[in-house]
Design a protein around this ligand. Sequence first.
Ligand code: SF4
Ligand code: SF4
Length: 433
Amino acid sequence: MSEKKILEYDVLVVGGGISGGEAALNLANLNYKVLVVEKDLSLGGKMIALSKVFPTLDCAACITTPKVSEISRHPNITIMFSAEAKKIDKLGDHNFEAHVHQKPRFVNIDDCTACQLCEQACPVSVIDEYQQGLVGRKAAFIPFSIASPRAAAIDIINCTLCGACERVCPTGCIDFTQTDKDYTVKAKAVVLATGFNLFDPVKIPRYGYGKYKNVITSMQMERQLAPTRPFNAILRPGDGKMPDNIAYVLCTGSRDKSVGNPICSQVCCMYSIKQGQLLMGSLPMADVTIYYLHIRAFGKGFNEFYEQARDMGVEFIKGKIGDIKEKENGNLILRYEDVEEGKVKEAEHDMVVLSVGVMSNSEISDSFQGESLRLDDYGFINQDDILASPAETNIDGVFVAGTATGPMDIPDSILSAGAASAETTSYLRRASL
Ligand code: SF4
Ligand code: SF4
């Protein structure tokens, strides 16, 4: 049975990552009523999973968590989790109607104390997506320690309905009778902050991701370096050994037409340099080698950050990786073209990190009825007037924020969210004239 409710807001924000959250907060502070529709179980998007940010090495969670808690407590912001805007119709100026579908969490958030007794009682273990598959979690679980809201959820696909979690829950907030909900949302403007997808390195089989256990992604390394990390050390997944010779392969799935992504990801160079520095701190005896095509250190303080990594001992090789092979002991042989010497060489490392690129997440464009939402050549949401009004899309009243427009780093995402909220405000003010 599905319920249908009609809700009215000034602005519908699609996406509760750092850009959507920032845009929502700016609008809510101007007294607009905002609905944030978030597909995951927590606010914070990809940023909440990061270790530190470049080039300041500030703790990412220390920036994200206060912001996320401000968003969740704001009286002008309503958040729907596990929810997606399935249809967005422009009925007229300042008049949008969206159909939002929400999946059940099977836990009443307001009553859950996050005691984790359900987790302890649950017999079912599955892969933990937040920890990038490095560890497991239970079917009754708190998405991650700094999740907002910090409340349990039931992964019903893997749940055996044994009832153990319900029996131990001290507040009786687990509710298997919850059903899908459908809402009709009326809003005067829409902000799209749907973010990006990471490139899936399985699409480059010669790098061996998914086949060789000690080839991991940069996001998996990010989790190993984070304060809320799965292990209390950096370990190679194949055998739990501490690595002492780590290679980074930059531009994995970026600037590569053969995998359908010709554009630069803008962040891979810098986050790899950051991880190199953090590894030097965590594993002082380890060698870190970064194989790159060009180092793009274009932002404020970025080049100095790159120089600092070199000074710390991170080795940089201008080299194009041909393929990666695994040895019996789990070590990896990288065959590469040394671009500066013009020679093909081989090098052995005990762990390889693929610095994956940024891909578009353009599913939202299918939600638009009538006037279709224009995308750019790479599948990101098109900015109709990138210089004068960077948040404007081809649909008047629909604005875009953050990496939904293309790859960018965190400060630029926040700036872009600021532009989106300012442009939305001026659009809303026209409604009241
Ligand atoms: S009912 Fe499902 S979630 Fe609850 S303990 Fe059993 S398997 Fe785990
Ligand atoms: S669902 Fe119940 S048992 Fe699980 S964390 Fe919440 S209050 Fe505790």
